[in-house]
Design a protein around this ligand. Structure first.
Ligand code: FE
Length: 268
């Protein structure tokens, strides 16, 4: 398996690139709109075809590049089926893994950060990796105070789903704010300050309740955009094309009524 860990510094997000060396088909996990050009350059450099994007959840801190990459490359957009996003081409769940070439992405339902968050288990010869999104971070975890987050639910997701994996399973999170790259199930089980070392449910719930975190600065823009797979204004483009095909004379001044609003981030 071809594998790269890529980094977006503004939101400290890790995007992961996977590819099947035989078919050259690639997957980008949690791609970020600011780094579309970088990601396309890596794909070109490695002579890969992007089969699909995949997201762990609807993010609140950055905008996914899923629909942008679909527009640019023709790839599919894959999300947890539980997110129920009309913009997604394929939904995955624990019963519906994602197959790309010889690669298998086994979804693990790990709610608590959001109510439909999934982690992905990927096995390569001799190496088991789990991509934990914002459910489990290195020495930490995602917050549980918005997007239907719930500390009790996250505790169960991490302790029952992720900590029950073999100890040498490599843990790759969606973020790290301290330049760490990878951990293992054994390490997090033993020393994660919030969830490790036999932390109790009550202890964890108290830690999360006491965090008093600031409101995420991009949340009001990122969540609506990400519920449109990054909001490429495709509905608007489609509506405009429909008007053109009816021999519409003159360019309309703005998107037609009922079309998606323009991307408020101005990112594309
Ligand atoms: Fe998140």
């Amino acid at each position: 398996m071809i594998f790269r860990q890529l980094y977006e510094p503004e939101s400290s997000t890790y995007t992961y690139l996977f590819a099947d060396p035989q078919s050259r088909q690639a997957v980008l996990l949690d791609p970020v709109v600011e780094t579309v050009e970088r990601d396309l350059a890596v794909l070109r450099e490695l002579e890969l075809t992007l089969a699909c994007t995949l997201d762990t959840h609807v993010h609140a801190d950055h905008i996914t590049s899923a629909c942008r990459l679909r527009s640019l490359t023709g790839c599919k957009v894959v999300y947890p089926a539980a997110d129920d996003l009309p913009c997604a081409d394929v939904g995955v769940s624990e019963d519906q893994p994602l197959h790309v070439g010889g690669l298998v992405f086994q979804p693990l339902f790990t709610p608590g950060h959001t109510d439909s968050h999934h982690s992905y288990l990927v096995e390569a010869p001799g190496v088991l990796r789990v991509f934990t999104g914002d459910a489990l971070l290195i020495d930490g975890c995602g917050r549980t105070d918005f997007q239907n987050g719930d500390a009790q639910t996250l505790y169960r997701s991490v302790t029952e789903k992720i900590f029950s994996l073999p100890g040498d399973t490599l843990v790759y999170p969606a973020h790290d704010y301290n330049h760490r790259h990878v951990s293992s199930v054994a390490q997090e089980r033993e020393r994660n300050p919030r969830l490790g070392a036999g932390q109790t449910l009550g202890g964890f719930v108290q830690i999360m309740a006491d965090l008093n975190l600031p409101y995420p600065k991009k949340m009001d823009i990122a969540v609506p955009a990400n519920r449109l797979c990054g909001d490429c204004g495709e509905d608007a483009e489609r509506a405009l094309r429909a008007l053109d095909s009816k021999s519409f004379q003159g360019a309309p001044a703005g998107p037609p009524a009922g079309a998606s609003p323009p991307n408020p981030s101005g990112a594309f």
